[in-house]
Design a protein. Structure first.
Length: 187
């Protein structure tokens, strides 16, 4: 299995089953099987019934993969190890370590707050999702988003601008889906 490099896909917040399978370099049926064997792995389903994996789900998949393929645990052994991590309060840390080991980038919302180029959708979406967003970052993002829209209205929209708007709309739809379907507490 090759090391993954950061791609535009690895900076997303939500993934369809085919995208998650591609990140793990496995077939989608493997992920469906793991869902039956690991009760803590519960992706949401879209309105059309397609699985939607959050970043935390993909990180968990990468941890499961590491336990099974690298550490050579059996399914039952990996399940027990995950329960052990959860009881010790280490599950999130272990998920993130497995993701980093595989080259899956850090949470884009958290990472982007330390950069100057925060997109308005990321900052506003993170704020709506309850993530801590520094007020100056949120205000700067809203101001820059307004400036981009005003600039685009001054002339015909460029292909790059339309692509960015399309990507933002997709991200907002994914956030809305996750927020409406998210249980009160998840690992």
């Amino acid at each position: 299995m090759s090391d993954l490099v950061e791609t535009p896909q690895s900076s997303r917040l939500f993934f369809k089953i085919g995208e998650a399978a591609q990140i793990l370099e496995v077939k989608p049926h493997v992920l469906r099987f793991w869902e039956t064997e690991f009760p803590m792995l519960t992706p949401e389903k879209s309105d059309n019934g397609q699985r939607v994996y959050r970043r935390a789900d993909v990180e968990l998949l990468l941890l499961i993969q590491s336990l099974l393929y690298d550490d050579r645990y059996s399914i039952d052994g990996a399940r027990k190890k995950l329960r052990e991590y959860r009881r010790a309060g280490e599950l999130k840390q272990r998920r993130m370590e497995a993701a980093k080991k595989r080259g899956f980038s850090a949470d884009p919302a958290v990472r982007s707050f330390t950069q100057d180029s925060v997109t308005p959708a990321v900052a506003v979406g993170a704020e709506l999702a309850g993530l801590p967003v520094p007020r100056e970052v949120l205000q700067q993002s809203v101001n820059s988003g307004t400036a981009v829209i005003q600039k685009s209205n001054a002339s015909s929209p460029s292909h790059a601008f339309l692509s960015e708007v399309s990507r933002l709309i997709d991200d907002i739809k994914s956030l809305q889906l996750a927020l409406t379907r998210a249980p009160q507490s998840r690992v």
